[in-house]
Design a protein around this ligand. Structure first.
Ligand SMILES: NC(=O)C1=CN([C@@H]2O[C@H](COP(=O)(O)OP(=O)(O)OC[C@H]3O[C@@H](n4cnc5c(N)ncnc54)[C@H](OP(=O)(O)O)[C@@H]3O)[C@@H](O)[C@H]2O)C=CC1
Ligand SMILES: O=C(CO)COP(=O)(O)O
Length: 347
């Protein structure tokens, strides 16, 4: 079998995944729509805009040709922002074969349709068996993975062999990969933690301290678990790498784009200008809109996500949002978290 693997889009996370694969002696092709970036990666072995001066493996070759990227690839890793997933998937359609392992590492929903990313891929790639799609998630900032800092992630697929095939390609001494059959839970956990990370940035920006941050993470996880379980995820997934693991790293790391966006918003900067300054995708903003609609569709209470929606899109002040969260009617901790829901995980 060919040792060629492809990574689609050369943003920060795509480039870091390409580096893990190159470290594993695979023949890596990185696809970008940007010719200048392709030239920089091939000639200087750098992706300066996204990863600064970090030197990339010369084993990574870049191309703007989707046909070249997918030709005889053993696996393809799609790492587009959620807003571009459908467009990138449609470009893959003529060239993707069923024998190729298909993995995505995107954390978000499609804004209008509220589809999860594996559903968008399945819709755009109707000739490909959707049960073999793999999702990669977990606490993994590109800036640390590229420096080979110890990192753990999870790969989820309904088809355990597909998940194990992705695990084999990625695992090494600094990148430990677990498998999980719960595609829904892993996708929903990875997407929703970005909302709470925006909230954590706001909390830190307002100087509210560690108690408030711990409260936000804990009650945020309750909201993620409630919606994720209602959408069909396994409640235990939210106690794992794609749940609490990713929530902790995104809410506490200086690398997090979502945390930084929240922190800057707390300084009074308007949302448009915050996003412009960031220069990288901040998935949590669109995911807040998605969660607002999904929570109503599924009849789930998500007070933190609702307050964040009001701050981002209705001009509410972060301080007023925090006051309203603290002033909510009294409630019971555990009942709210563990509302019994019938799922395939527990019957
Ligand atoms: N960064 C991280 O540490 C992690 C990110 N993720 C997730 O990975 C996904 C990607 O994020 P990240 O790598 O950070 O994003 P970045 O902002 O670093 O990069 C986005 C990349 O997507 C490209 N792109 C955008 N739209 C299109 C399109 N229509 N066609 C082709 N290329 C396109 C951009 O190209 P161009 O420059 O030409 O616009 C750019 O290369 C997100 O869902 C994020 O949540 C997950 C784990 C870690
Ligand atoms: O998902 C991530 C880390 O696991 C990256 O989060 P940010 O997009 O907030 O940087």
């Amino acid at each position: 079998m060919s040792d060629k693997v492809s990574v689609l889009v050369a943003g920060s996370w795509g480039t870091a995944i390409a580096s893990v694969l190159a470290e594993n002696q695979l023949d890596v092709m990185l696809w970008s729509r940007n010719q200048q970036q392709v030239t920089e990666i091939n000639n200087e072995h750098r992706n300066h805009r996204f990863l600064g001066d970090v030197e990339l493996s010369p084993g990574i070759r870049a191309t703007t040709s989707m046909e070249e990227a997918l030709h005889e690839a053993r696996a393809v890793f799609v790492v587009a922002p959620s807003a571009s997933m459908r467009e990138v998937a449609s470009q893959m359609r003529p060239f993707l074969r069923q024998e190729t392992i298909l993995v995505h590492a995107t954390k978000g929903f499609e804004a209008m349709s509220l589809r999860r990313m594996s559903t968008v891929l399945a819709e755009e790639l109707p000739h490909y068996d959707p049960s073999t799609i793999v999702v990669l998630s977990g606490p993994s900032h590109a800036e640390e993975v590229i420096k080979q800092c110890p990192t753990t992630v999870v790969v989820a697929s309904e088809n355990i062999e597909a998940a194990e095939a992705a695990q084999d390609l990625l695992i090494n001494s600094y990148f430990r990969v677990y498998t999980n059959p719960d595609v829904v839970g892993v996708e929903v956990g990875g997407a929703l933690k970005n909302i709470i990370a925006l909230g954590a940035g706001l909390t830190d920006g307002l100087g509210y301290g560690d108690n408030a941050k711990a409260a936000l993470l804990t009650r945020g996880l309750a909201e993620i678990s409630r919606l994720g379980t209602a959408m069909g995820g396994n409640p235990l997934t939210f106690a794992g790498l794609a749940g609490i693991g990713d929530l902790v790293v995104t809410c506490t790391s200086k690398h997090s784009r979502n945390w930084r966006a929240g922190y800057t918003l707390a300084q009074g900067e308007p949302l448009d200008s915050v996003l412009q300054q960031m220069g990288m995708v901040v998935e949590g903003v669109k995911t807040t809109q998605a969660a607002y609609r999904l929570s109503r569709e599924h009849g789930i209470t998500m007070p933190i996500a609702d307050e964040l929606y009001a701050v981002l899109f209705e001009g509410k002040s972060p301080k007023a949002a925090a006051q309203d969260l603290m002033g909510r009617g009294r409630t019971h901790e555990i009942e709210e978290v563990a509302k019994p829901v019938q799922t395939k995980w527990f019957g």
